[in-house]
Design a protein around this ligand. Sequence first.
Ligand SMILES: Nc1nc2c(ncn2[C@@H]2O[C@H](COP(=O)(O)OP(=O)(O)O)[C@@H](O)[C@H]2O)c(=O)[nH]1
Ligand SMILES: [Mg+2]
Length: 305
Amino acid sequence: MFDKLRDAFRSFTNSIAASITTAELSESKLSEVRDDLFMRLVEADVAVDVADVISDSVINQLRGLKVPRFGDKESVIKNAIVEALDKLFSDVPNVDFMSEVIKMHNAKKPVVLLFLGPNGYGKTTTIAKITHQLMKGGYTAVWAAADTYRAGAIEQLEGHASRLNVRVIKHDYGSDPAAVAYDAINHARVRGIDFVMIDTAGRMHTDINLMNELSKVQRVSKPDVSIFVADALLGNEALDIAKYYSKYVRIDGLVVTKVDAYPKGGAILTFLYELKKPIYFLGVGQGYDDLRPFNKAEFFRTLIA
Ligand SMILES: Nc1nc2c(ncn2[C@@H]2O[C@H](COP(=O)(O)OP(=O)(O)O)[C@@H](O)[C@H]2O)c(=O)[nH]1
Ligand SMILES: [Mg+2]
């Protein structure tokens, strides 16, 4: 995964390591490799502004660094890259989603999870995957079919639900999604169900009615976690949409889907840097087990490994 992004850092490391003739890196060499790193990051789908900031921080980290002429140059350079990324992204929280929601569950029941994002980004699949994880841990869940708009949305949810043996709370198409969410939470309360997952509509995001509708769902359901589901393949578009959503609804963190089909990897850095929200999981396939917890520090280490 993230092959292109890893190539960018690998090539940067190699080109510095290969050209070291003095104990300290020269300014001209630094600026040459800086431009190369920038280009490669952009090719790996990192947004231009973000690629700029990353290249600068990495170079600043390397400036004045003593690189052993005959020792293990690579690992000195790689450590500097990771240190630069750790610093640059230090204001982005890192959350272990599963342990966090289980902690919440110890304090209150049900824990309510709201899923937001445009059609096709992977909301419903992500709900199924997270539910599957929770069920493996012995927890129960109920789903709210709060996409009452798109034809087939309720049936799609029911398809996953029957495979996972989860109850779906639904109303008719065209009905108020906030009421569906409310009913699902009540249902969970009465039956002692641990988690409520709310599936929402995601038609044209510039549709102000949708934003008002989602905001109402959020007010009524008071979710413990509001999750924006972002399609990695649609990097910059997904970013713009997430920003637009956040004007109307609270977003606590992200799940980035379709990473299995996304060798570039750069959008992950863009999301982290631009949104300053934790990424809880990466979606890495269409199966229920294709969900990987995301850890920021580990991710940076993977990039230079
Ligand atoms: N390869 C891959 N496909 C995914 C992933 N997540 C979702 N999908 C697929 O993306 C399509 C849309 O997903 P869906 O959950 O229906 O999106 P929704 O409209 O936001 O609810 C489906 O075909 C899913 O199987 C993922 O992590 N990897
Ligand atoms: Mg859906």
